[in-house]
Write a protein that binds this ligand. Structure first.
Ligand code: HEM
Length: 445
């Protein structure tokens, strides 16, 4: 072809067209977002509908959406157009975390992480969860109100440390000591601007660095022990699966990436699952009919109602309220709008779960809505969606199922007419403010 021939003009980039923005001054929007994300998103959605613009420090200009159609478009758009939100948890977890990766690197890591979190592998972890639950509930007091959250936190922490890290003995004990304060502090710092330097080892960021150093020492020991295990090839913990697995080109995950990724699985999986379980107890103690039916079901091998209840707890008491992407293409056409490069796109998960078209009478806690019917794909999204959908969704679901079943088999839970617990933000996840308080009595089985 002659070079003088006219080339077809490249497709024109459509002009930017932004959704309605708040008229509130930027500084106030930022303050409202940091004080209560849930509240400002709710207020804005009431005023502007399913899509609007917010401007907050750290994340900058963000388009927030709350309709299943728009969520579908976001979750099914190629990662080359919509990358991961910036900044994200990899600021705390390291450059080897799946949160830090985009495009091909992200796809490859997800492929590597998928097998240990498949339904078949998950079966292996059921016994660990049941054991951890039994150990924890053995100490539950009878006849007095107590918060379930500290218990669910310990169960989910131990479950991940054993099933994912393959930790036992002294290493398990040391990880149990250093990781919970690390996750609590990390969650709080995750949504704050990171200082340009760390002011000493006793400053918040300095403490994270010190915990990370101690964590790395333990992880080296765990890896050494796993490799020395004569049954290494048969081990089913995620660390062993990572050590054995290879990328498509035959290369293996580096030691640093393994460290960052295990921490990621813990940070992403521990509080979220514990918070949802705390909410489950909070809801069940306020819904006598559901509770009675679940107690009867727990004595059988069925779990249809328990599964429906878990889905409804996740819908009404959504612990991760937002998830996000960032426009990496020159523009992203979203519905009627054209969003420019560099903007954050936020899916308002909690708002979506209150959508009356998808969930009639949305404020009502009613597990029956999911008995015999699957939740609508892009309206029920507690685990996000698309290529970044939660890696641990099946694991979390199994864990919640086993914990609830075990508790219901061993205890009756008193019902209460007290108003529902308020929301409490721990930084990343939302928990019930009083920790999911209940009163229990041991069953004579
Ligand atoms: C009820 C419990 C959980 C909830 C509500 C939850 C929720 C979420 C959400 C909303 C996302 C973002 C998805 C997106 O952007 O589309 C996510 C990502 C993620 N979750 Fe979970 N999660 C839970 C449990 C777990 C568990 C148990 C693990 C692992 C053991 C885990 C590991 C991850 C990881 C690694 C990602 C990042 C995925 C990526 O960027 O490719 N999560 N989770």
């Amino acid at each position: 072809m002659s070079t003088t021939e006219t080339q077809p003009a490249p497709p024109a980039v459509p002009a930017v067209k932004l959704p309605p923005a708040s008229r509130v001054p930027k500084a106030l929007q930022g303050a409202a977002f940091w004080i209560s994300r849930r509240w400002i998103v709710q207020q804005m959605a009431r005023r502007h509908g399913d899509i609007f613009l917010l401007n907050v420090p750290v994340y900058g200009s963000m388009v927030v959406v709350a309709s299943p159609q728009l969520a579908k478009q976001i979750f099914t758009t190629s990662p080359e157009v919509l990358g991961n939100i910036q900044p994200n948890l990899s600021r705390l977890l390291g450059s080897g975390s799946v949160f830090a990766l985009d495009s091909d690197e992200h796809r490859q890591r997800r492929r590597l992480l998928a097998p240990p979190f498949h339904g078949k592998s998950i079966k292996n972890y059921e016994t660990i969860i049941e054991e951890e639950t039994l150990r924890e509930i053995a100490g539950w007091p009878e006849g007095t109100a107590f918060a379930t959250l500290p218990s669910t936190m310990r169960i989910t922490l131990n479950a991940i440390l054993r099933a994912v890290f393959g930790a036992e003995g002294a290493e398990l004990d040391e990880l149990r000591r250093i990781l919970p304060p690390w996750v609590t502090l990390g969650s709080r710092l995750a949504t704050l601007p990171k200082p340009s330097r760390i002011y000493g080892r006793y400053s918040p960021w300095g403490r994270l660095v010190e915990w990370r150093r101690r964590y790395d020492v333990i992880l080296d020991k765990l890896i050494e022990d796993e490799r020395a295990d004569p049954n290494f090839e048969k081990r089913t913990d995620v660390l062993a699966l990572m050590l054995r697995s290879t990328y498509e080109d035959g290369s293996r995950m580096s030691r640093k990436d393994i460290g960052d990724e295990l921490l990621t699985l813990l940070a992403a999986g521990h509080e979220t699952t514990a918070a949802t379980l705390g909410w489950a107890f909070e809801r069940l103690s306020r819904h006598p009919e559901v509770l009675a039916a679940l107690a009867t079901e727990a004595d059988t091998d069925d779990n249809e109602l328990r599964q429906a209840t878990i889905l409804e707890v996740q819908r009404t008491k959504t612990v991760i309220d937002l998830t996000g992407r960032r426009v990496t293409a020159p523009v992203f056409e979203l519905g009627d709008w054209v969003i420019p490069q560099g903007y954050s796109i936020i899916v308002g998960i909690s708002r979506m779960h209150a959508n009356a078209d998808a969930f009639p009478d949305p404020d009502r806690f009613d597990p029956q809505r999911f008995v015999g019917s699957k939740p609508p794909s892009f309206a029920w999204i507690p685990f996000g969606g698309g290529s970044r959908r939660c890696v641990g969704a099946v694991f979390a679901n199994m864990e919640m199922d086993v914990v609830l079943r075990t508790v219901l088999r061993h205890f009756t839970i008193e019902t209460t007419t007290a108003p529902g617990e308020k929301w409490h933000s721990r930084g990343v996840a939302y928990t019930p403010k009083d920790g999911g308080k209940i009163v229990v009595h041991r069953r004579n089985r």
